[in-house]
Unconditional design. Sequence first.
Length: 281
Amino acid sequence: MEKVAYLGPKATFCDLAATKLFDNSERVAYGTIPECIDAAGKNEVDFAVVPLENALEGSVNITMDYLIHEVRVPIVAEFSSPIRQHLMMHPDNAGRIGEIERIYSHSHAIAQCHKYLHGELKGVRCENTTSTAFAAQYVSKHPEEVTAAIANEMAAREYGLTIVKPDIHDYAHNHTRFVVLSHKPIGERLDGLVRKGEKTTVMVMLPADHAGALHQVLSAFSWRKLNLSKIESRPLKTGLGNYFFIIDIDQLMDDILLPGAIAEMEALGCKVNVMGSYYSY
Ligand SMILES: O=C(O)C(=O)C[C@]1(C(=O)O)C=C[C@@H](O)C=C1
């Protein structure tokens, strides 16, 4: 049976995404996002499902940076899912919401609920955990502390917690983009799901700082009428002011247009890496 890595423990948002995508596979929980990427990089698993971007909080930098700087594993699919964050407590403490001493969750989940936390639970310390489900598991094991976790409904069920305040994310349209990483092609595995689009993600390093370099890169796409859905800069980690760009193009790799744009960028002195060419679900 094929193996799929996800950020564990059971009932994280990554677990929900992996279950939706690979229902008939063996899902293997890893403690951190880099561990999931390593597992796919070393072929310990066939696929890894990791978060890439959230609609409220932006990119999951650890995923992006690890893929660029440490372990290159191609993106073979993308899955976008609605995200609902709930405040949950141990059932023994569920009536004591006003006495909460600490709130645990993944940093991205805490960030998605800032307005609520600032408005309703001002002054309560928030502590980051490796995932939302890890936070729920911790709260379930420590009824002696009046603490809460921010996590999803499946985590509340899995770890026997009571949802004391549902839907505490700050904006209704909360979505996260997950990517599937693998050294093998995805083939027909996801054909049962509805395809929403197609993308190619490239990483572009500009030549030494000069006027108009980014403009020239963007024009390689624009005059070919290649639509971009995202452009983001991240530090190269070689010193302040040095960046690379991650660009999402709204089409699969073809024989002419994308190779032409890449050749043009290379002729300008850019270093270009294709991170993946894949369908969005
Ligand atoms: O902690 C989890 O449950 C995760 O799957 C991680 C993660 C993230 O890193 O963005 C995934 C989706 C949500 O946006 C919040 C947390």
